[in-house]
Each structure stands twice: as structure tokens, then as C-alpha cells.
Design a protein around this ligand. Structure first.
Ligand code: HEC
Ligand code: HEC
Length: 256
């Protein structure tokens, strides 16, 4: 039973495991006949019914059993203590299950506008990550903890691992723009300039990207560069009211 499940989310790893450890490959873990500690899922569920939701959780969050259970990655599952609540993520997940229950109660009140109601899954929010943040939020969090360079390194790493997988939105200037504003909000104009500059290098057609870069230069007190980039932004989008207001202001200040 377990081997089949293991194969689903880790086919290659399980093969290696079997070859390397032929005796342990027969590892006698199976779903408990009677789970001891179900608090949200129906208490009378036999252990085998847990297989689908547990596997679903690992896929929806892009994690392994040990993310929510007491046990060590790489050790046989028979050494895990699945009934224990010591791993915080287990209770967090219970709260998520309760949340889904209440969301579904609200959704049930709506007349579906399609042929059937849209389901809400863990995956709807999590999209293969344990904490469902946008790319901009994720970069902002790393920036606040470790600074600009660490966040830019994270951007490169996430792009390498997740591009095209529908986990993060790498299209357009939005994510780096959001990250740049996290720096600007932190009075870190130099950091913001670094991020916005990278953004316009990647997305040179984005009027919004140039507008943000101009704003960071303005905060840094470099009116010349601010003027240049507001002009660039206006060129790309003649209806950018903010850029024309700012240009007017810069010219007025120059006149003083
Ligand atoms: C995202 C978190 C999460 C992941 C990942 C996860 N579980 Fe669970 N698991 C839970 C929660 C929460 C419960 C308790 C549900 C409840 O209280 O109704 C649970 C309960 C169980 C139980 C019942 C234990 C008992 O005796 O009460 C078993 C067995 C179990 N999980 C096995 C697994 C296995 C095997 C995996 C990996 C394939 C896994 N789980 C992955 C959150 C998770
Ligand atoms: C409505 C959106 C939404 C749905 C649906 C949802 N989650 Fe979450 N979940 C979140 C958010 C947002 C957080 C992050 C909270 C934070 O860290 O600030 C989170 C956090 C978590 C965490 C803690 C992660 C950590 O490292 O702190 C776990 C575990 C988790 N969710 C599991 C699940 C599971 C399993 C399901 C499906 C049963 C689920 N979630 C459904 C939005 C959702």
C-alpha cells in the first residue's frame, strides 16, 4: 500500500531506496487500522481513507509527510509518530480544514453561475507551496529579513525552480515592482533603485517599471535621473498622469 503511495510522489527516490536497502524495502509501514487522533476528519475513518487526503496535502503544498508530522526525512515511515500533535503544522492544517469547511458553507449558499459549483481546494491557494505568497510578497519577506541581495538571489532561485509551473507569476513587472516598493517603504532608496533597475532591464516596455524607478531616484534626491525616467515612462504611456504630474513638479522646483 505504502509503496504505491510513495511511488506517486517520489518514484525515483523509492527505487533508489529499494535497491540500496533490500531488507528495509519491505519496511512494514501501513496506514493504521484505526487512527487515534483525528479531530477534524471523521473519527470513524479507517486509516486507509487517509491516504488520499494526506497525499493531496503533500502535492498541494509541495512538501513531504514530515512537514506536518513528527519524523525525520529519509527515515522509514515506521519511525514517524503520526498521531502526535507536536509538529505545529499539523494543527495549522486542522485550522485550514475548518476554514475550508466554513468557506464551503458560504459557497453552498450561492447559485453556481456555471454548471456546477467551483470547488475550493488546498491547491486553490497554496499552488504547490507551503505558504501561499505572491512572488512579490515572498521577495519582500526575504528582503525584510536579509536584505536586497538575498532577495534578488531568491528571485533567481525561484525562477530556476518554478518558472512555468504556475506557482509564481514571473510575467510582467509586478513582482519586482512590489518588492522594490517594500524597499522604498523601508526608506532604502538605493535598494529600491537596484530592484527597479533590474525590473526595467527585464521589462523595458513597462511604463510602470520606469515610473517606479523614477520615484526611487526622486526619493534618493537625484532629480535628474527622476526626470529622465518619468519622461521615459510617459513616452511609453502618454496617459501616465502620475509621471506628468511629477515632471511638472520637478520642473517647478527647478524654476525656484
Ligand atoms: C499539510 C499537513 C500534512 C501533511 C503534509 C501530511 N499530513 Fe497526515 N495528518 C495531518 C493532519 C492535520 C492530521 C490529523 C487530521 C485530523 O485531526 O482530523 C493527519 C493525520 C494523519 C494520520 C493519522 C494519525 C492518527 O493516528 O491519528 C496519519 C497516519 C497520517 N496523517 C499520515 C500521513 C502521511 C503518511 C503523510 C505523507 C504521505 C501525511 N500524513 C502528510 C496533516 C498532514
Ligand atoms: C483561502 C486560501 C487557503 C486555503 C484554501 C488553504 N490555505 Fe493553508 N494557508 C493559507 C495562508 C494565507 C497561509 C499562510 C499563513 C501565514 O503564514 O501567514 C496558510 C498556511 C498554511 C500552513 C502553514 C504553513 C507554514 O509553514 O506556516 C499549512 C500547513 C497549510 N496552510 C495547509 C493547508 C492545507 C492542508 C489546506 C487544505 C486543507 C489549506 N492550507 C488550504 C491559505 C489557504
Amino acid at each position: 500500500m505504502f509503496r504505491r503511495i510513495f511511488a506517486v510522489f517520489s518514484g525515483i527516490a523509492s527505487l533508489v531506496f529499494i535497491i540500496a536497502l533490500p531488507s528495509q524495502a519491505q519496511e512494514q509501514w501501513s496506514w493504521p487500522e484505526k487512527p487515534e487522533n483525528l479531530q477534524v476528519l471523521p473519527k470513524d475513518w479507517p486509516g486507509s481513507r487517509l491516504s488520499a487526503p494526506m497525499r493531496g496535502f503533500t502535492r498541494a503544498l509541495g512538501v513531504r509527510c514530515s512537514y506536518c508530522h513528527v519524523g525525520e526525512e529519509g527515515k522509514p515511515l515506521s519511525t514517524y509518530d503520526f498521531a502526535s500533535d507536536e509538529n505545529q503544522n499539523k494543527n495549522r492544517t486542522r485550522e485550514m480544514l475548518r476554514m475550508l469547511g466554513s468557506v464551503n458553507k458560504h459557497l453552498d449558499k450561492l447559485e453556481p453561475s456555471g454548471d456546477k459549483r467551483v470547488n475550493m481546494w488546498c491547491h486553490t491557494c497554496h499552488r504547490g507551496r507551503p505558504r501561499p505568497m505572491t512572488l512579490g510578497e515572498e521577495l519582500g519577506e526575504t528582503y525584510r529579513a536579509k536584505g536586497v541581495e538575498a532577495a534578488l538571489a531568491l528571485y533567481t532561485e525561484l525562477k530556476k525552480n518554478y518558472y512555468g509551473k504556475g506557482v509564481y507569476n514571473f510575467e510582467g513587472e509586478r513582482a519586482l515592482n512590489e518588492f522594490g516598493y517594500a524597499a522604498l517603504g523601508n526608506n532604502d532608496a538605493a535598494g529600491a533603485i537596484r530592484v527597479f533597475q533590474l525590473n526595467v532591464d527585464k521589462f523595458p516596455e513597462s511604463a510602470n517599471g520606469w515610473d517606479s524607478l523614477a520615484e526611487a531616484y526622486m526619493k534618493a534626491g537625484d532629480m535628474k535621473m527622476a526626470e529622465k525616467y518619468y519622461e521615459k515612462s510617459l513616452e511609453l504611456n502618454p496617459r501616465n498622469q502620475n509621471a506628468s504630474d511629477m515632471l511638472k513638479k520637478i520642473k517647478e522646483d527647478e524654476g525656484d
